[in-house]
Design a binder for this molecule. Structure first.
Ligand code: DON
Length: 328
């Protein structure tokens, strides 16, 4: 492991390694961040999201030794939605690492540039001949899913197994979310069809969409997401078991894609204000990694205009400032 770049001493005198201090710090961060939720809007395109309590709020930090620092609603499950795009990307990169054919295909079919457009935008796809800018926007995730449908015997089972491995316990699917996503996915279907017209979706669109709605409906808690992020903070090795999930350079690349593309058209602002590789989901969770130190997750359902948790962003900003966690 590379030596951490950051001192555990915080600017305002908090010591990240002191449990009582961490509890006090999380309480301060929560107090500052919670009110920001009022400026956001809960996603309303499916009942499970529309009916979520906007007051829910949780922060979880898990270090490489497994110590968990938490505050608020960290054990209440929600659908991880777009955060699942990190896990499907990891699975696709594992396949690419095993077979040269997949390696060539993967980065020809999806880029690693920030899009600067909303996560469900179609406009770039037409100009850029059906090759999505990156795997964190919906179009890119659909191409990754198409690759998984081609190269996994059972893509849903393999994805589920990967997620359970990095969480360390069983994870369920929210059937209601899965069904509702399927019924409201017209834009995603349009993207898949457009990309198919350019030859960039190879399988039956129903099979690709089935995997996409399944990944969105994986049900996890903030605590579990923080645990799940740790292998990416630990150079690709799951700290609990010592199992290598990704080779080190590949783990770094996933983190780079999260930093530059994981929060959509707010990725620049996140780099500036938070400074951590992060991935957001429309249920209001954000999963972040602090290299060599922590997996972090924050959850607060109301979103900003880019589809990122409003209070979650404030919480991450406060946390990274106070503990000097930014990678920059
Ligand atoms: O495809 C969709 O619209 C959603 N099921 C997932 C999008 C999502 O989480 C975007 N994140 N902010």
């Amino acid at each position: 492991m590379i030596e951490p770049d950051h001192s555990p001493e915080a600017v305002d005198g908090h010591d990240a390694d002191d449990v009582t201090d961490m509890d006090a710090l999380l309480a301060e961060v929560a107090e500052i961040a919670r009110p920001a939720a009022k400026q956001g809007e809960v996603a309303d395109y499916i009942p499970a999201l529309r009916d979520e309590d906007p007051e829910c709020f949780g922060i979880a930090l898990v270090d490489m030794e497994g110590n968990e620092h938490v505050i608020g609603d960290v054990d209440r499950p929600f659908a991880i939605q777009s955060i699942s795009k990190v896990f499907t990307l990891v699975l696709a990169i594992q396949k690419a690492d095993e077979a040269e054919g997949v390696r060539k295909e993967l980065w020809d079919r999806v880029g690693v540039e920030p899009s600067g457009d909303p996560f469900n935008s179609l406009v770039q796809l037409e100009h850029e001949k059906g090759v999505p800018r990156n795997p964190m926007i919906n179009a890119g995730a659909l191409v990754i899913d198409d690759i998984l449908v081609s190269h996994c015997d059972d893509p849903r089972a393999e994805l589920h197994a990967l997620v359970e491995k990095v969480v360390g316990e069983p994870v369920e699917i929210d059937d209601g979310v899965m069904e509702a996503e399927g019924n409201t996915g017209s834009r995603n279907l349009a993207m898949a069809n457009l990309m198919r017209s350019f030859g960039n979706i190879h399988n039956d669109i129903d099979d690709v969409m089935a995997l996409y709605v399944y990944q969105c409906a994986l049900k996890m808690t903030a605590r579990q997401l923080a645990r799940a992020a740790r292998f990416l903070a630990n150079n690709g090795i799951e700290p609990r078991t010592g199992e290598r999930i990704l080779r080190e350079p590949l783990s770094r690349r996933v983190a780079a894609v999260m930093l530059t593309c994981g929060t959509y058209d707010a990725a620049g602002e996140f780099a500036y204000h938070v400074g951590l590789p992060s991935k957001s989901g429309v249920a209001g969770a954000i999963m972040s990694i602090v290299p060599d130190r922590y997996g972090i997750s924050v959850w607060s359902p109301p979103l900003d205009a880019s589809g990122n948790s409003k209070a979650g962003r404030v919480a991450l900003h406060e946390l990274t400032e106070r503990l000097e966690l930014s990678i920059f």
